[in-house]
Design a protein around this ligand. Structure first.
Ligand SMILES: *Cc1c(COP(=O)(O)O)cnc(C)c1O
Length: 399
């Protein structure tokens, strides 16, 4: 057997911070520590650094700097977008449309809003995880104030028809929010033209090789939502609190790097992904979850019959491979994830699911390594399963 190798294949959970990004942050953790609200020179330097990052984000999104608000990450941006809209438009109506496959930041914010008297419609998805724009249109009511649909799903990589849904929202004069956390550096965003129907967009730095704990909400000029954090006048009074200067600077650098060469980056990742995909598909009783084409270039999500995803994840970890599973190990139960349930996977199939998400940490050698380790690991686990019989031992009643 070849040597053990560290293989990071969980880029949808987080990414490493690029060295240039970390480097750009250091001065603001050291000598340039001034408060951006202070008017002596190191304060002004901090302020300038924050505004430069705002411009970097605006440029990457094809937006205006005044439309960018810094937050602590994707979770906060999602919370702000939906609650801020709900409370600011409550006189107009109390109905929100979202989907069953959103991130928990959105789903649990919506659950909270229900306790505050709002009404939420969760759109179903098809077996690939895709939302049907016609279904969005059919759910619109007189009192609908917000439509929120994620750009791409973090578990199965499904890329949603955002432009079609945005057009429907606009025709009906309804605000449209988009959780774009998974797509920065993969899908080119253009808020002035291509994405002109998106009013609010959530971003998170640590999903595009920037630091953790920093993100942004794009808020289209003229969009009124409730102020999010009350205090000092930072972020034009909408989101108070002394800025995370180093984080903001790092995110600015990270988005510049991530959007510099999207095409080449996607091609490289997709090439590795497709080789991994065809190798894994040779394993028996395995299915790919999500759409074959309408998916993020780095995303693979499989269900392997007759095994537990969590056992597989732990055995892969033993071999140095970082992956993720759709049976919620985090909550201590083996409940399949809401996304795998939403695409209609039976629980016993969903239980054996594994997500591998590729990115800049990976090389072709990583693919070779996983293709060597994964089939053996699945085989070992199946050998322990009382339900699994190799194909040549099955009788006709199994088919
Ligand atoms: C990671 C993620 C979030 C949460 O972002 P944080 O910055 O980790 O809070 C929200 N939505 C999606 C789709 C994500 O992948």
């Amino acid at each position: 057997m070849r040597e053990k190798r560290f293989v990071y294949m969980d880029h949808a959970a987080t990414t490493f911070t690029k060295p240039e990004v970390a480097e750009s942050m250091l001065p603001f953790l050291k000598e340039r520590f001034g408060n951006p609200s202070s008017i002596y020179s190191i304060g002004r330097e901090g302020k300038e650094a924050v505004e430069k990052a705002r411009e970097q984000l605006a440029k990457a999104l094809g937006a205006k700097p005044e439309e960018i608000y810094f937050t602590s990450g994707g979770t906060e941006s999602d919370n702000w977008a939906v609650k801020g809209t709900a409370f600011s438009r409550r006189k107009k109506g109390k109905h929100i449309i979202t989907t069953t496959i959103e991130h928990h930041a959105m789903l649990y914010s919506c659950e909270y809003l229900v306790t505050q008297g709002f009404d939420v419609t969760y759109l179903p998805v098809d077996s690939y995880g895709l939302v049907d724009p016609e279904k969005v249109g059919a759910e619109i009511r007189e009192d609908t104030i917000l439509i929120s649909v994620m750009y791409a799903n973090n578990e199965i990589g499904a890329i949603e028809p955002i432009r079609e849904i945005g057009a429907i929202a606009k025709e009906n004069d309804i605000l449209f929010h988009n959780d774009a956390v998974q797509v920065i550096g993969t899908v080119p965003l253009e808020m002035k033209h291509k994405h002109r129907n998106v009013d609010m967009l959530s971003l998170s730095s640590h999903k595009f090789y920037g630091p953790k704990g920093i993100g942004a909400l794009y808020l289209r000029e003229g969009t009124e939502i409730e102020n999010h954090i009350h205090g000092g006048g930072q972020e034009r009074g909408k989101r108070a609190g002394t800025e995370n200067v180093a984080g903001i600077v790092g995110m600015g650098k990270a988005i510049e790097l991530a959007t510099a060469n999207i095409e080449d980056h996607n091609e490289k990742i997709k090439k590795m992904r497709d080789r991994l995909l065809s190798g894994i598909q040779e394993i028996s009783s395995c299915r790919l979850n999500g759409h074959p084409e309408k998916r993020l270039p780095g995303n693979l999500n499989f269900s392997f019959e007759y095994i537990e995803g969590e056992a597989l994840l732990l055995m892969l970890d033993e071999m140095g491979i970082c992956s993720s599973t759709g049976s919620a190990c985090s909550s201590g139960s083996l409940e399949p994830s809401h996304v795998l349930r939403a695409i209609g996977l039976p629980p016993e199939i969903a239980q054996g699911s594994l997500r591998l998400t590729l990115g800049d940490a990976n090389s072709e050698e990583d693919i070779d390594y996983v293709l060597n380790i994964l089939p053996k690991t699945v085989g070992k686990l199946r050998a322990m399963s009382p339900f699994y019989k190799p194909a040549n031992m099955r009788n006709s009643s199994d088919v």
